[in-house]
Ligand binder design. Structure first.
Ligand code: SAM
Length: 272
């Protein structure tokens, strides 16, 4: 990785969830500590890279669905290291005027996003923490992000494969605070690994690896994931395994790409 990116307060010896995920996806924006931690996850759960790819496919389908539904602005929280098929590429590929703000707690992820977005006046990236929704909303109201995202118009709020890094009750309140700040017609997209479907020993080993990162996390049950949407209408088919959420294109389904057709039973996704 280019040393320019870790000149700031980044310790390359501490693995990061964002960079481990980049490794699962075959990216190169990771350090040896990230790769080593990711390899330990793969040892405990060999499907981890497949799950990551199926998750990215879900994200692409959800963004396409929202653009087709009239949404033109996206707030992607826990956006991670930019990789193939980023939200702005999908949304702006369908409508060049689509707007995207990327948010992540990982400064390396955001540095890469900012570099990628240079010259793109309709997309930007900021470092912020979902656990501090008031600060996040405050940042969104500042000039640089306000020029991109108009909070008086509908927004697609994406929290894809990231809420499990924020265990505890406070996360429901944080997600609700953001959701409540959005205009009518907004949508929320979530994917989340569920403990009901993961072998307990593998989960314990994986959690031990992530405990060494800055975002340790923990699983939720399917019912606990559903709680993020209490009182809201789910877009059909509702809360399902990610490859089952509107699989519009076989080539876009990572599970099928690997010759393993069918649902990936470890992560659920939905749009509300
Ligand atoms: N959303 C992307 C996707 O689905 O491809 C990336 C998911 S990656 C597994 C999870 C991301 O959540 C990481 O980049 C991590 O840094 C970020 N994250 C974890 N805790 C966070 C927090 N409290 N606020 C913002 N981002 C966070």
């Amino acid at each position: 990785m280019d040393p320019e990116y870790w000149a700031r307060d980044i310790d390359p010896n501490v693995p990061s969830a964002a960079r481990m995920y980049d490794y699962f996806l075959g990216g190169s924006h990771n350090f040896e500590a990230d790769r080593e931690a990711a390899r330990r996850v793969i040892e405990a759960m060999p499907q981890a890279p497949l799950i990551a790819r199926a998750n990215r496919s879900f994200l692409r389908r959800a963004v396409r669905f929202l653009v087709a539904s009239g949404v033109r602005q996206f707030l992607d929280i826990g956006s991670g290291v930019p990789t193939v098929g980023n939200v702005h590429e999908i949304a702006q590929g369908l409508d060049p005027d689509a707007r995207v703000v990327y948010v992540d707690i990982d400064p390396v992820a955001i540095s890469h996003a900012q570099q990628l977005l240079e010259g793109n006046t309709r997309a930007t990236a900021i470092v912020a923490d979902l656990r501090r929704p008031a600060e996040l909303l405050d940042l969104l109201r500042r000039a640089r992000t306000r020029a991109v995202l108009d909070l008086s118009r509908p927004v697609g709020l994406l929290m894809v494969s990231m809420l499990h890094f924020l265990p505890g009750e406070g996360t429901y309140r944080a997600a609700a605070a953001l959701r409540d700040a959005l205009a009518p017609g907004s949508h929320v997209v979530v994917s989340h690994p569920v403990s009901d479907a993961i072998d307990a020993r593998a989960a314990t080993e994986v959690e031990a690896v992530y405990r060494r990162t800055a975002t340790p996390g923990g699983l939720r049950t399917r019912a606990e994931v559903q709680r993020f949407f209490d009182g809201y209408a789910l877009v059909p088919p509702g809360l399902v395994w990610v490859p089952e959420w509107r699989p519009d294109d076989r080539a876009d389904n990572a599970a099928d790409d690997d010759g393993e057709p069918g649902a990936d039973p470890r992560r659920v996704g939905m749009v509300a």
